[in-house]
Write a new protein. Structure first.
Length: 262
């Protein structure tokens, strides 16, 4: 009867399937790796990616920016200077522990093109990459090292709904990949929709934003060193509004880091 027979396999019979399994695994891994590269090349052929700074085609290993633009980014290197131009915007107005910007902003420059792609072309990859670069530069800075949490400068919920996202939140998400800190997204709310800032005078801008922010739970923030994150700082009026609102929190320390300063 077949059920009672003891089958004695020749050693070769057990070795061959083992060998086949090893070969298959290696071959399969190589095929998958090659297919991924071919897939990326094929995608690049039909859906070419372009540098967010100069619009030239990107290589497989380049992420949003070509190597030349990455090298030439107009970094401010303000972070360790307590009297840098960003920090000076708030002197005599609101208490800021430390403030800095990652890049200089110039019309038609790399920074403007990147921020335009982030904000108006909804290129989330640019936000993620910029946030990553910002955090890499700031996380070892002694003046910012004690930061406990990130607060993206909020948009009014209606504006965020229309745009579909908040660019500052995308920057914080990118920062978090290299410098993990809690993102306190709902601790600073924009409660009044401000009209467009660009054509207003300084005093006018300030009256426009001073009542715009609200802290729903001051106790949750007490004693923390929070880092406000925004895309661009120009006159600083929006940030002044944020810091004034945060002043109700006991023992809070507020710092600021933006992707660019104009
Ligand atoms: Zn480029």
């Amino acid at each position: 009867m077949l059920g009672n027979r003891v089958l004695n396999y020749h050693p070769v019979c057990t070795f061959i399937p083992k060998l086949m399994r090893i070969i298959n695994k290696r071959v399969l891994n190589e095929v998958v790796a090659n297919a991924t590269i071919w897939g990326a090349d094929l995608a690049a052929l039909f859906l070419p990616r372009h540098c967010a700074g100069c619009d030239t085609g990107l290589n497989r290993n380049e992420e949003c920016l070509c190597l030349a633009c990455l090298e030439d980014l107009p970094r401010t290197r303000y972070h360790e200077d307590p009297s840098n131009p960003v920090e000076q915007l708030f002197w005599g107005k609101v208490p800021i522990h430390a403030a800095s910007a990652f890049l200089h902003f110039a019309r038609s420059g790399v920074t403007q093109r990147m921020l335009h792609r982030l904000k108006y072309k909804k290129d989330h990859d640019v936000g993620s990459m910029l946030g990553g670069l910002m955090a890499t530069e700031l996380r070892d800075s002694p003046r910012f090292g004690s930061v406990d949490a990130f607060i993206p400068v909020p948009l009014h919920p209606k504006k965020e709904r229309i745009r579909g996202f908040n660019q500052s939140k995308l920057l914080v998400e990118g920062m978090n990949k290299v410098w993990p800190k809690p993102m306190l997204n709902d601790q600073l709310l924009r409660v009044v929709q401000t009209t467009t800032q660009t054509r207003r005078g300084r005093l006018d801008r300030w009256t426009n934003v001073k009542e715009a922010f609200h802290i729903p739970d001051p106790v949750a923030l007490q004693g923390l060193h929070v880092l406000l994150v925004d895309d661009v700082v120009t006159t600083g009026a929006t940030i002044e509004g944020c810091v004034k609102a945060l002043a109700v929190v006991p023992r809070i320390k507020v710092s600021l880091f933006t992707a660019a300063c104009a």
